[in-house]
Design a protein around this ligand. Sequence first.
Ligand code: SF4
Length: 459
Amino acid sequence: MSNLKTLDHAAAAEIFIKDEARTDWHDDTLWFVRQKRDKAVHGIAEWEQLREWASEIKNHTLSNLDNYLIAFEKQAEANGIKIHWAADALEHNQLMHKILKDNNISRIVKSKSMLTEECHLNDYLKKQGIEVVDTDLGERIVQLRDEAPSHIVLPAIHLKKQDVSETFHEHLHTEEGNNDPQYLTEAARQHLRDHFIQSELAITGVNFAIAETGGFVVCTNEGNADMGAHTAKIHVACMGIEKIIPKTEHLGVFLRLLARSATGQPITTYSSHFQKPRSGQEMHIIIVDNGRTKQLGRADFRNSLKCIRCAACFNTCPVYRRSGGHSYHTAVAGPIGSILNPNLDMKANADLPFASTLCGSCSNVCPVKIDIHEQLWKWRQVIVEEGYVKPEKKIAMKGMAWLFSNPKVYRWAGKSGRWFLRTMPFLGNNKLNVWYKQREMPEAPKQSFHDWYQQNKNK
Ligand code: SF4
């Protein structure tokens, strides 16, 4: 992963698509998940109403975020939970480290937290000599391979069962060449069981935090958040400030939308509700900003904070499906990651909003109605304005803008372009043309649609 950070999306995607068969398989697998989502969605008549409600609840919450966060803190503390506030990733990691040091903890399990990925918690703690064991099966697989997750719901979706078999053979000493998913899952289960039993502290994410009750919900399909939190003497939950919802009654809306959008399931296998520490246990919540208030202040991008991390936009995106998650070189990849990450570091992530066809499929499937493709388009404008694209691209874009706003010149350029492409294709298809390098051009037609229409409109 780290070596991909120096590459932009297109260059990193080139590495992924070199293996054509894997690219096709990745594309097909995610499309299969998208189809499962469609079937589940068509199974409930009130789907659009649910989306509308979810969007409105999030709108309302984001407009009153300070009040709801304070109400949550008050209620959670009354329940016996210790609340910590982190302005950024470093502070989040330092707070976690302090909890570990104060309690002399060395055995840690972690489940379902993209926020800790965003904060690079594992790397931070590793540098302090502390190892965290990821317990989601997919997360554990990529952790053993020293890779980052490539998808927020299916972290090892870029890997085939043969890859998993090789990884387990190397690290868990399973039989070489045994690709049987049941055998491999059982091996992982036994391996993780030891870690669960021995763990002293469990880290989980938070899917929804409820201001009214001070409780929170973690959704998993493997039950590993529960296994960790129920055996460890300390449970630390890490949540972004946008995870708050006002009341318990709002949960039903989001839980129905989340699982269907993510995997096509009617409900996530485990929706675990945590309200207070059990007797003898300590419970902490670290509430993290890390750029979220900045995004809240950007009117055009505020809506991105409604995201419930279902990954439906990943599964439908034709660019994500064929370029793989690692090509986005960030913890949250895909269409929503391409909106969130330029906010965190515009220079390092200037390539991401361009990794889209702007087809709008992401916005169509988003359960909380985020205008994803429009935000990607807006980021492009901001990024160009701020000077984070190559000068030649900026000049080309200015030229195109001028061309598109002058119809006569546009038509003349189209006519000449078609003639050149038909008679001297090498003028476009050459090494100097970086735009052409990643594309296949159809044969240029003799006539534009405009000319054809003018000729035929009165027939
Ligand atoms: S942006 Fe929408 S579709 Fe994408 S992960 Fe977030 S909630 Fe799901």
